[in-house]
Design a protein around this ligand. Sequence first.
Ligand code: NAD
Length: 298
Amino acid sequence: MTASLIDGKARAARLRAGVADAVAKLRKNEGLRPGLAVVLVGEDPASQVYVTNKVRQTEECGMRSIEHRLPADTRQADLLALVHKLNADQGVDGILVQMPLPAQIDTDEVVLAIDPAKDVDGLHPQNAGRIVLGRSGLVPCTPQGCVILAKEALGGDLTGLDAVVLGRSILVGKPVALLLQNENCTVTMAHSRSRDVEALCRRADLLVAAVGRPEMVRGSWIKPGATVIDVGINRIPAPERGEGKTRLVGDVAFAEAREIAGAITPVPGGVGPMTIACLLANTVVAACRRRKLPVPQM
Ligand code: NAD
């Protein structure tokens, strides 16, 4: 069996189109133009690329983008003061502080300072708690993208599936597992201390790999016909492409897995593109909820 590809690029484009449509209606009917503030501290090259993409896509969807680039030696107090200012600014609906932050900054304190109603990254403990309670909050973007892609592959309903989430990080594994539970899956969380991870994976109708280990999940770990969501983004040497060249691979050995699975996300082009699209959607959700407006379908 050759698995069908779950096209994250196409699904993300559709979500962005839905966001743009919702924004156009909010502007026309409510005079509301949602605003997303992005804060970048320092000059980490990967973060700069992410922030540039976020700003561009925010504007393409018709929203207002507010960008703050701060020097790498920014003091904690100054960053907190900026967050408080953005919390108070009625034109700002979403606040994203790009991670990782420089060493002198206490990341937890910064996340705690963000108004949970504007926490479009879904990292504030109040939003994490809402997922645990199964209540609506702002859902972290990459985990949300995983669930959307799983639903895309499985006809929209995940009820009753045996789901295995490999990895238990706060950013990905844990929230994915909780979201899948809220979608009525029977969820197993496997992690670096789990026994016989391979056997656990083989039980999965739906396998989400978020370990950050290149091609760790082999084809033989996958139940025939399973849906595989590969969150991993790992850069490995690719001498076959020339000296010093690299390529991106996921946490799943794609070529092997594709022969066994029913559907699988590629890397790149799977979960990756969903993250910013979900951030844009979260900004619209935050803008509507803050004003007690109905949240549009996107
Ligand atoms: P992390 O390092 O914080 O967590 C890794 C998790 O994997 C841990 O919970 C650990 O217990 C588990 N783990 C490690 N080795 C294991 C093993 N041998 N067996 C079983 N479990 C093991 O990583 P993260 O932030 O969750 O990210 C995971 C991957 O997803 C990375 O490749 C990252 O680049 C990628 N990622 C992609 C996106 C995106 O697509 N937009 C976003 C975030 C992370």
